[in-house]
Design a protein around this ligand. Structure first.
Ligand code: NDP
Length: 246
């Protein structure tokens, strides 16, 4: 297998950490972004103690300038980015009739505009080199909607439109573009949901449990593989059967 350079946004988070490790296990050189240097260095040291060497580049994905600088820094440290995983994301939940413009904009900027900001400085190099993997981490709620998440569901659904358009534009150039839609995963984002609400969510999942970050990372590894070259413009549902849509 060819060793590549991978950039995972939000790599220090629950799912991101598992993706960084999986891609490193595949033999790739992996980088992620950070906003808080101290927190990121502690994360990097923890992974180092587990045998993982993950590069760090400063960058807030809501800023096009910072995202571009982050990509250039990754290129400087590791080389051109071959695998991009747009994973950074936040929630700012609230029913729409009470949602503030700030809640809406924060989520759209972090979860959707970030995809433009980070993919734009990466895509031309992939086109020149005629190989690339662009993977969006969307959400089950971008497919089926969720009470209190009009902002989040809109951003996550937007990732699908982006994916299928970028896939078409680059299909002949060895670049695949796909989306993964995780169901509920046991990370800080989901553990922050009140326990009684979480219990109702779990009761609705056919497998009867939350997913693990590595179960999402496994999907990323699959789509990033050379052998996944004919999978493009797809959405991979990884949700324990929670949403079975066609
Ligand atoms: P976490 O909250 O654990 O991690 C989020 C990561 O995104 C952190 O590394 C965070 O960095 C980073 N991040 C947030 N905002 C920015 C920003 N403006 N610029 C740069 N980095 C930023 O989330 P999860 O691991 O649970 O989620 C990862 C992705 O998976 C998200 O897109 C989420 O929507 C999606 N998802 C998660 C599900 C779940 O059940 N957990 C279900 C479905 C989808 P920092 O430390 O600086 O805040």
């Amino acid at each position: 297998m060819t060793a590549r350079v991978a950039l995972v946004t939000g790599g220090t988070g629950g799912i991101g950490t598992a993706i960084c490790k999986r891609l490193a296990d595949m033999g790739h050189k992996v980088a992620t972004n950070y906003r808080n240097e101290e927190k990121a260095k502690a994360w990097q040291a923890q992974l180092k103690s587990e045998g993982y060497d993950i590069a760090l580049a400063k960058g807030d994905v809501t800023s096009a300038d910072e995202a571009e600088a982050m990509v250039r820094e990754v290129e400087r440290q590791l080389g051109p980015v071959d695998i991009l995983v747009n994973n950074a994301g936040i929630t700012r939940d609230g029913t729409f009739h009470k949602m503030t413009a700030q809640q809406w904009q924060d989520v759209i900027n972090t979860n959707l505009n970030s995809v433009f900001n980070v993919t734009r400085p990466v895509i031309e190099g992939m086109r020149d080199r005629k190989w690339g993997r662009v993977i969006q981490i969307s959400s089950i709620n971008g497919l089926k909607g969720q009470y209190g998440q009009a902002n989040y569901a809109a951003a996550k659904a937007g990732m699908h439109g982006f994916t299928i358009s970028l896939a078409r534009e680059n299909a002949k150039l060895g670049i695949t573009v796909n989306t993964i839609s995780p169901g509920y995963i046991a990370t800080d984002m989901v553990m922050a949901v009140p326990e009684e609400v979480r219990a109702k969510i779990v009761a609705d999942i056919p497998t009867g449990r939350l997913g693990t970050p590595d179960e999402i990372a496994y999907g990323v590894a699959f789509l990033a593989d050379d052998r996944a070259a004919w999978i493009t413009g797809s959405n991979l549902d990884i949700n324990g059967g929670h949403h079975m849509g066609w």
